[in-house]
Write a protein that binds this ligand. Structure first.
Ligand SMILES: Cc1cc2nc3c(=O)[nH]c(=O)nc-3n(C[C@H](O)[C@H](O)[C@H](O)COP(=O)(O)O)c2cc1C
Length: 194
């Protein structure tokens, strides 16, 4: 087993995002485990809303290739995302869609952003349900792309009050899910090279 490389990304770039706070919590947990962690923000990978006509005219944007390269360069990832009307927000879905188009870019041909990667997902929501419907949708999308998605996942309901000043999850149950999900992810990712 080798030390796995894990990518962390939030599906929100809102200042004060509860999902980015959840990502900080995940980062804290992973820092105690045997893995190398890289955290990125979609703010640094701005992409237009996908339109096939634009792709035909202008090709795949460099930022899509950069983003796909990040996923390609890691054994696994932990993605957090808000729930918007029971599903993924457009920022995240658009970014995922663009990263699956990089094969037609001269620098993107060799990149495999999702297939065979270990993946884990989480959601923080102000509501009582903790974004579970979004988690089902995101899980489906990632499975379709060939991600080895962890059965474990983390959901933080009532998340506006859910974190302490160090961005640690206050609720014991949700923190237990986070620990279990991180553990499963690191174990799975570390076996990928075997
Ligand atoms: C268009 C829209 C739809 C939303 N739909 C849901 C929803 O279905 N379930 C939910 O728990 N919260 C929903 N919310 C509230 C978000 O969970 C809340 O704004 C949250 O803070 C967004 O995550 P962030 O803080 O990480 O940006 C919605 C918010 C917006 C803007």
């Amino acid at each position: 087993m080798s030390t796995p490389k894990i990518l962390l990304m939030s599906g929100s770039i809102r200042s004060g995002s509860i999902n980015t706070r959840l990502l900080a919590s995940i980062m804290g947990e992973l820092s105690r485990m045997d893995c190398e962690v890289t955290r990125i923000s979609l703010e640094d990978y701005a992409l237009p809303i996908y339109n096939g006509d634009d792709e035909g005219r202008e090709g795949v944007p460099d930022n899509a290739v950069k983003l796909a390269g990040q996923f390609h360069g890691h054994d696994g990832f932990f993605m957090t995302s808000p729930e918007y009307n029971g599903s993924l927000p457009p920022l995240l879905k658009n970014a995922i869609d663009w990263t699956t188009r990089v094969g037609s870019h001269p620098d993107g041909k060799e990149l495999v952003p999702f297939r065979g990667k270990a993946g884990a997902i989480g959601c923080a929501s102000p509501g009582a349900q903790g974004g579970v419907t979004m988690l089902y949708h995101l899980r489906d999308v990632l499975m379709r792309l060939g991600v080895l998605i962890m059965p474990e996942q983390v959901s933080v309901p009532f998340a506006m009050e859910g974190f302490d000043e160090m961005d640690r999850i206050k609720d014991d149950r949700a923190r237990g899910f986070l620990e279990a999900t991180c553990q499963a992810l690191v174990e799975r990712a570390s076996r990928l090279g075997d």
